[in-house]
Design a binder for this molecule. Structure first.
Ligand SMILES: [Mn+2]
Length: 314
């Protein structure tokens, strides 16, 4: 199986590598790790990685813009994705050949060549084994870019080598990967430290937010609070949807103090909030809108209006 994948890759000049929607570190790591592997082995080949960009993975890599015509004559490889519906590019089938590399239990059969190994901790571990086969016997240095991607993928899917999917194979891959010069510290920092401080902020906010009798809730995040949690205003905006399950909630706003303004992010489960947003230097959709306030007094009056809006909504 590995040999026929290597054989197929060697025959194509353009290779497009895809992965599943809402990516995790293994999806991006196996995708970008495979790209590095191919670039090192066949420097003249064009390799593109596709799917929606997620800023969470900027510490690893960025996705390429792939045009429809790029698929003409291309080999498409899909990593870490058990079924068609989850592939993050509906054009996945429009190349000349399709390969699936995955460690999830088989859901959907797609691809002329399917390499599915449920015994692998991660797709990144499988891509390492592909590399191991290609480089067998040679003492060549492991490419740091490839090593970083695959290591991040393995770490993500094994929960930092704690889950029972972690095997001797996993450690063999990791042992070889860490011979390359890349910062494991950076990976752990990006994948865990940040999310732990976000969880602390989210916990703090959830324990302090009160839903008013009208069904409105307003969360204030002042800059000193953000500082206390070590979270930037931009990072804090990621938890705006954490409140949707609060009991009795109709609409809520998330107010984050930035340098020159207070950003209002408004979400609703009924009352239309876009008109209200328009009155506060913003706009958007009936159920999700954004606005700005330039003083806490203005923020207070916005908050009163949101309360009234929810009050009148039945
Ligand atoms: Mn995976």
């Amino acid at each position: 199986m590995i040999d026929s994948i290597i054989q197929t890759i060697s025959q194509f000049e353009r290779i497009i590598i895809l992965r599943h929607v809402r990516p995790d570190p293994d999806a991006v790591g196996s995708q970008a790790g495979l790209r590095a592997l191919i670039r090192n082995e066949w420097p003249h080949k064009e390799v593109l990685i596709g799917g929606e960009s997620d800023p969470e993975f900027d510490f690893l890599t960025k996705m390429d813009d792939i045009a429809d015509k790029d698929y003409d004559g291309a080999l498409v490889i899909v990593c870490d994705t058990a079924n068609r519906e989850r592939i993050d590019d509906s054009r996945f089938d429009s190349g000349d050949a399709l390969i699936k590399i995955d460690h999830h239990p088989m859901v959907d059969s797609y691809g002329g060549i399917e390499w599915v190994d449920e015994g692998a901790s991660s797709t990144s571990e499988m891509v390492f084994e592909l590399y191991d086969r290609l480089s067998s016997g040679s003492e060549q240095d492991v490419d740091p870019d490839m090593a970083k991607m695959l290591y991040a993928g393995i770490v993500g899917d094994t929960g930092r080598f704690r889950f029972p999917n972690t095997t001797e194979r996993t450690f063999r891959a990791a042992a070889r990967l860490v011979t390359a010069p890349f910062s494991r510290e950076d990976i752990y920092e990006s994948m865990y430290v940040k999310s732990e401080k976000m969880l602390r902020l989210e916990g703090y906010v959830l324990s302090n937010v009160a839903v008013k009798p009208s069904g409105a809730a307003v969360v204030y995040l002042r800059s000193d609070t953000l500082e206390q949690f070590g979270v930037s205003a931009k990072e804090a905006s990621a938890i705006v949807n954490s409140f949707s399950a609060l009991e009795g909630l109709k609409a809520w706003a998330f107010l984050v103090e930035e340098e020159d303004q207070i950003r209002l992010r408004i979400r609703s489960k009924g009352p239309q909030v876009h008109k209200l947003a328009e009155r506060y230097h913003g706009g958007g959709h009936p159920m999700a809108a954004g606005a700005s306030a330039f003083s806490w007094e203005e923020a207070e009056s916005f908050s009163d209006e949101l309360d009234a809006l929810c009050q009148s909504y039945t």
